[in-house]
Design a protein around this ligand. Structure first.
Ligand SMILES: Nc1nc2c(c(=O)[nH]1)N[C@@H](CN(C=O)c1ccc(C(=O)N[C@@H](CCC(=O)O)C(=O)O)cc1)CN2
Ligand SMILES: NCC(=O)N[C@@H]1O[C@H](COP(=O)([O-])[O-])[C@@H](O)[C@H]1O
Length: 188
């Protein structure tokens, strides 16, 4: 069965851009749409550049069933959280059970949960003088960052500033996230 992805993002969209590029010539797995809660999200521009439908919804609409309805109407099979900063509702988690993937910019279970996003994560890792950081790709359940871990990748961060940590972690995201998505969908 062909897979249709909805990419959810709130920020600059480097992961959205990378995922779109990765699946551009893939007939089995396609990017159906990009959805954001921020009208100024960079992710919107990357979608429009590639003629991929893009939508902006409010936080309320993510929770009142509007986004779920759109996903059903479009026949989306998997939801990819690519720097999405709102809690995914129980209704969405239930409908897409084991079919929502998230990337977290740290080595869970450490440095996860409410408030742990973007530079907040890298600042905390820096303050705790960690020698390593990395990324975690996991299934999404009803809590922040508690779903089944699918993959983790580490990077040395000795002597790095929070900004340098962010850069090294982003490199891991670019290198691994699309492939983990593809492997998971292909195997399940
Ligand atoms: N049901 C789930 N929803 C989401 C998950 C998840 O695992 N289960 N992952 C997050 C992504 N994420 C970490 O990977 C994350 C994103 C945002 C927050 C957070 O604290 N957000 C703030 C609001 C920020 C804003 O509005 O700009 C908050 O909730 O107060 C924590 C973790 C995506 N959704
Ligand atoms: N906890 C969630 C979280 O912090 N996600 C992080 O937001 C960034 C989005 O960047 P992008 O918009 O350039 O893809 C990424 O580093 C991603 O890991």
């Amino acid at each position: 069965m062909k897979a249709k992805l909805a990419l959810l993002a709130s920020g600059t969209g480097t992961n959205v851009r990378n995922i779109i590029a990765h699946f551009e010539n893939n007939d089995a797995i396609t990017v159906d749409c990009v959805i954001t809660n921020k009208s100024d999200a960079g992710a919107l521009n990357f979608a429009l550049e590639k003629d991929i439908d893009a939508f902006v919804f409010s936080k309320a609409e993510f929770n009142d069933g509007s986004v779920l309805e759109l996903l059903k109407e479009r026949g989306v099979t998997h939801v990819i959280l690519a720097g999405f900063l709102l809690m995914i509702s129980p209704a969405l988690v239930d409908h897409f059970k084991d079919r929502i993937l998230n990337i977290h910019p740290a080595l869970l279970p450490n440095y996860g949960g409410k408030g742990m996003y973007g530079m907040n994560v890298h600042n905390a890792v820096y303050e705790n003088k960690e020698s390593k950081s990395g990324i975690t790709i996991h299934l999404v359940n009803e809590e922040y960052d508690k779903g089944k871990i699918l993959a983790q990748f580490e990077v040395d961060i000795e002597g790095c500033s929070p900004e340098e940590i962010s850069s090294r972690v982003r490199d891991l995201e670019q290198q691994y996230f699309p492939g983990v998505i593809e492997d998971y969908i292909t195997a399940n």
